[in-house]
Design a protein. Structure first.
Length: 310
């Protein structure tokens, strides 16, 4: 194991995966081959003006923009025509994935991003019924993502075709290989070909093994939701919702409820895994902090529905 790599250090330290997913209620995925820089949206062959405007228009809307490209070699060439685009919404009971092709990414500036973040359907092209797995391979952001992510993306694409794409930074490179599954927004770390295939072939069931959390929720909500799923065995993505966390002397109390009326209070705590370690390759060492479950307490039946789930 190469201990100069941040992912190797994190694995030896046993840094937990839960609660490390990027937060986004919706994802806009724009095909852009060729090289990606550290800040890939602005450091790529995407028009700089379009990149800046996408950043401005999506700010505060709950929409995260990532660039995607087909796995394999990436010659230094400009965009294909047309470019494929995907838009996904992750809220339970209202998850959807839409796809379209554009001849110029500038067309995307006409999207209503506030509506996209809120879960409004029909904003982009046609509905896609198949899941999409985005594997982070942004080596300019962190070498682990390229060294570990690119071979995984290529292997999975060989067996699952267009369901698998390389993508830009989705956070947590020390947990590489990392990926996000759309439209549900569940992120995963330390993936391999077997676990990646399981995500794509498992239907709608939520896989908690290797899961970093659902991007719909903030950090402590991600931890709480996974704790309830692991303790109850509930694997339907639409069945569980997370409420707002309340700070307590021991951490945060997070309400979680099921569409059948069951509910729980989950105590999420924080601990320091290591006083000093690099969060990414070449970065200055910082403390490794993890969020963990202190307790899961059933509180009986409620009548709260899950985001319109039936």
């Amino acid at each position: 194991m190469d201990m100069s790599r941040c992912s190797a250090v994190a694995e030896v330290l046993g840094e937990p995966l839960a609660g490390t997913a990027a937060t986004a209620r919706s994802w806009l995925c724009v095909e852009q081959p060729g090289p990606w820089g550290r800040d890939a949206l602005s450091a790529s062959h995407l028009d700089p003006g379009v990149a800046a405007e996408l950043g401005r228009l999506t700010a505060g809307t709950g929409v995260r923009v990532v660039l995607i490209r087909r796995p394999g070699s990436h010659p230094d060439r400009h965009r294909p025509v047309p470019q494929r685009v995907y838009l996904a919404h992750t809220a339970p009971g209202r998850t959807w994935l839409e796809r379209a092709s554009v001849h110029d990414p500038k067309e995307l500036l006409d999207l209503d991003f506030a509506a996209a973040g809120a879960g409004t359907r029909g904003l982009l092209g046609s509905v896609s019924a198949d899941p999409l797995l985005l594997v982070c391979t942004n080596g300019r952001r962190d070498v682990c993502c390229a060294v570990l992510g690119r071979p995984l993306a290529a292997e999975l694409a060989g067996s699952h075709g267009d369901a698998v794409w390389e993508c830009t930074h989705i956070g947590g490179h020390r947990l590489s290989p990392t990926a996000v599954l759309l439209p549900t927004g569940y992120s995963y770390g330390r993936l391999d070909a077997v676990s990646g295939a399981r995500l794509l072939e498992g239907g709608a069931a939520v896989v908690t093994e290797g899961c970093r959390g659902r991007s719909t929720w903030p950090v402590v909500g991600q931890v709480a939701e996974l704790a309830v799923r692991e303790s109850t065995g509930v694997d339907c993505p639409d069945a569980v919702e997370v409420g707002a966390a309340v700070e307590s002397p021991g951490g945060w109390v997070v309400p979680v409820w099921h569409e059948d009326g069951r509910s729980w209070r989950v105590l999420v705590t924080q601990r320091t895994v290591a006083e000093s370690r690099p969060a990414s390759c070449g970065a200055a060492p910082t403390p490794a902090v993890a969020f963990e479950v202190g307790s899961v307490t059933a509180v009986g039946a409620t009548h709260r529905s899950v985001s319109g789930a039936r």
